[in-house]
Design a protein around this ligand. Structure first.
Ligand code: SF4
Length: 506
């Protein structure tokens, strides 16, 4: 399964041969392709999320091979391109099913995830770990068809293999239910007609000694975030029009293309909503927005005992446990700060489920032991915590009543920020706790932590399930606990700031 990674080429072929992923980069933006070939050093290093998605995609691709079992894997041992090409030619004579079949035509190299020779023709399958069809997948397959047919194969039909979001795991994974195989040859046939002209255009751009003069635009984010943004966007200052909250990207580019770059240039512009005007005003006057009655109204909804709750959860394409669907959120950890009365000391407790086991029962059991029914529960962006509690209540009827009381007692600490009862320019138009915390409590930071965001927490939890080294287990567990603890302590401190603001004289 080829994601957006580059294929290695020999120096002789670097100027003329394109891989499938390079073709798609070029389709997104000629400059992206030019930079990837001529200035690879400017590329942003793949982050942990990209690496995680790549590894998930690889696992999904391997599992999908079971849809057409008994094949030969051309990529075994990750050989050079010439070896992949000759192995494929040999395999076509000896095997009906080939994984990662490699073809080259008109200086384009492409690999087919699964190739199945049947009595009715040759079926090619492209596996994606997505639940929905996307235009870029069809473009990808149109190029494959162009290369495969150009290399001499005929009677080829193409299928897109996607994850079925309605699949519910019961026992061992049933690949025929987990995946859906969608015929797309009739859709890609029309796209294929444009490939020769598209290749010509990409090659002309690549031959130029200078990078194409492509301006930044919505294409920098579609179909994928470009990895050259730190280069092309270097001239965009902090607090630009791209920070305006609640404005569509096209509209932001409309402003930018009119020469409006700084947020403050939009001061007194008609047609903006009240939140956008607040944001621009806070920026222009460097003054926070503080609506004391609004903050007080929010504080009045809180009661004691007061608990601050945060979950960490994973979503896996292949459901790891029974009764789970693909990509279902599964909480494996929580942190809880609590105060019984306004005068009581702040206490902390937490929970991390045993890795390699379904975490849901133990987590639900721990929650109902720890969180009383009379608790006021503060979370940040409560939709997620409510979803987790509702799913746990549905899954474990014996805990359902208690869990739904907790669900109904949730108050969202993000509300006053969403309503713009509080806004400072350092929030940069975002209400997320990762933006609100540094703006209101700058001395608290995630920067020094080994786990700094939810995706890193998921990766650490997966690593925890894969290691048997006790020291590594202890280290990973401690990093996870530190991260989740800071999430709830951040809420404690943000609430303190809200109270100070509500009580201030100014
Ligand atoms: S950042 Fe935008 S303009 Fe620059 S290469 Fe990427 S897609 Fe093209």
């Amino acid at each position: 399964m080829e994601l957006f990674n580059d294929v290695e080429f020999s120096p002789q072929s670097v100027s003329s041969t394109l891989s499938k992923s390079q073709f798609l980069k070029g389709q997104q933006c000629h400059k992206r392709l030019w930079l990837s070939k001529h200035r690879p050093g400017l590329r942003r290093e793949p982050n942990h999320t990209a690496e995680f998605l790549f590894s998930e995609g690889h696992i999904v691709g391997k599992l999908a091979q079971q849809l057409h079992p008994g094949g030969i894997d051309i990529n075994e041992g990750n050989p050079s391109i010439p070896i992949k090409l000759s192995r494929t030619q040999d395999a076509l004579k000896t095997h009906n099913v080939i994984y990662e079949a490699a073809f080259q035509f008109n200086h384009v190299f492409a690999m087919v995830d699964i190739l199945h020779q049947t009595p009715f023709g040759i079926d090619c399958y492209e596996v994606k770990s997505s639940t929905t069809e996307k235009a870029v997948f069809l473009q990808d397959m149109a190029l494959q068809q162009y290369v495969v047919e150009g290399a001499g194969l005929s009677g080829v039909r193409f299928f897109l293999v996607l994850i079925n979001p309605h699949y519910v795991r019961k026992g061992p994974i049933n690949v025929n239910e987990l995946f859906k195989q969608i015929p797309v040859h009739y859709k890609i046939e029309a796209l294929k007609q444009h490939i020769p002209a598209q290749l010509q255009s990409l090659r002309t751009a690549l031959k130029s000694p200078n990078a194409p003069s492509t301006e930044i635009g919505p294409h920098c984010f579609s179909p994928y975030d470009c990895d050259y943004m730190s280069h092309c966007w270097a001239h965009i200052p902090k607090h630009s029009v791209f920070e305006i909250s609640g404005m569509k990207l096209d509209k932001k580019f409309e402003l930018y293309n009119k020469g409006i770059v700084h947020l403050t240039e939009l001061f007194n512009t008609p047609g903006l909503n009240p939140h956008q005007n607040d944001q621009i005003r806070a920026q222009k006057h460097d003054e926070p927005i503080v609506n004391k009655p609004g903050i007080q109204a929010f504080l009045n909804t809180l009661f004691y005992p007061l608990y601050f709750l945060d979950f960490e959860a994973f979503q896996r394409a292949i459901p790891p446990f029974d009764t789970l669907r693909p990509y279902q959120q599964v909480a494996f950890q929580y942190s809880l700060h609590s105060q019984q009365t306004p005068q009581s000391e702040l206490k902390h407790t937490d929970f991390i489920a045993e890795p390699n086991e379904d975490p849901r029962y133990a987590l639900a059991q721990s929650l109902i032991k720890t969180l009383p029914k009379n608790a006021c529960i503060l979370t940040y962006n409560s939709g997620f915590e409510k979803l987790v509690l509702k799913q746990l209540a549905d899954t474990f009827p014996k805990f359902s009543k208690h869990l739904m009381v907790l669900h109904n007692n949730i108050v969202d600490l993000m509300e006053p920020f969403q309503r713009h009862d509080v806004y400072t320019k350092d929030m940069e138009g975002s209400f997320s706790i990762k933006s609100v915390l540094p703006a209101l409590v700058p001395e608290l930071s995630y920067e020094s932590l080994a786990v700094r965001d939810g995706q890193m927490a998921v990766i650490s939890y997966i690593k925890l399930s894969q290691t048997s080294n006790p020291i590594e287990k202890e280290t990973l567990t401690s990093h996870l606990r530190e991260y989740c603890k800071l999430d709830t302590y951040a809420m404690v401190r943000v609430l303190d700031v809200l109270r100070e603001m509500a009580n201030s004289e100014a």
